[in-house]
Ligand binder design. Structure first.
Ligand code: DGL
Length: 267
């Protein structure tokens, strides 16, 4: 039955696991096929043309795995490619920008919202546009933080260097009196504690991965596609197998990964 098919999730690397973690909590009966395009990471420093090509390859791979819906668990791909993916492929595809923006808009009291993300995401102005379309009066402060992704992929989630880098990136943002900060990169929740400490307790951090999981749940419910599998499976595919991936991923997910396979896209 269609409802028993897995949900496909892709990112350039570890970041999409922040979405998987939420999905596993929120959608306990769903099986998940995860694709991390680690061979081509990072996406955030690449041209839009390349990111669109990578996103198409990832989507085609997941379609071959017979998924019922796809989550683009990457802000960089969502910002550059979501529209094109939806036009091209006949399957429900969810990105992270719209749900994250909506959640930030619901959360802010003073209308001052910060957005951090990769260079490509910030350059695309996708969050700025999405937020302004909700309320033209929002004041938005955006900052690209390109060093966060390599630090996280390296497993440096608690090192002093990571706090120092966060201080350099975020000290100006702290002065803007924002009350809400969108983590506009799915990698960033892995250093949520660092970002929260740097910004202070009063700033509410928005994890767009959480919002998209909720959107997916509502969609699956509405179309009677929610799976109720007592033994869902979680399969992880990578285009390259960095030594540390499994260890960092298991630490973050808080459980063992049984199935992980290196693949070549286009096969
Ligand atoms: N996790 C991805 C995102 O949400 C990007 C990481 C990268 O630069 O590859 O934007």
């Amino acid at each position: 039955m269609k409802k028993d098919l897995p949900v496909g999730v892709f990112d350039s690397g570890l970041g999409g696991l922040t979405v998987v973690k939420t999905m596993k909590k929120m959608l306990k009966g769903e099986s998940i096929i995860y694709l991390g395009d680690t061979a081509r990471l990072p996406y955030g420093t690449k041209s839009s043309e390349s990111i669109v090509r990578f996103s198409f390859d990832n989507t085609k791979f997941l379609l071959k795995k017979k998924v019922k819906a796809i989550i683009v668990a990457c802000n960089t791909s969502s910002a550059t490619s979501l529209k094109k993916l939806k036009e091209k492929f006949d399957i429900p595809i969810f990105g992270v920008i719209e749900p994250g923006s909506k959640q930030a808009a619901d959360s802010t009291k003073n209308g001052k919202i910060g957005v951090i993300g990769t260079t490509a995401t910030i350059r695309s102005k996708s969050y700025q546009k999405a937020l302004k379309s909700i309320d033209g009066k929002f004041r938005i402060f955006a900052k690209a933080c390109p060093l966060f992704v390599p630090l996280i992929e390296e497993g440096w989630t608690d090192e002093k260097t990571t706090y120092d880098v966060a201080e350099i990136y975020l000290s100006q943002m702290r002065k803007e009196d924002i009350d809400t900060l969108i983590l506009g990169c799915t990698h960033y929740p892995l250093i949520k504690h660092v970002i929260q400490k740097t910004m202070g307790d009063k700033v509410k951090l928005i994890d767009s991965g959480e919002s998209v999981a909720l959107w997916l749940k509502n969609y699956l419910k509405k179309f009677n596609l929610l799976a109720n599998n007592p033994n869902p499976f979680y399969h992880y595919y990578l285009t390259d197998y960095p030594q540390r991936f499994k260890k960092i991923a298991e630490r973050f997910l808080g459980e063992k990964i049984d199935f992980i396979e290196k693949i070549k896209l286009g096969d």
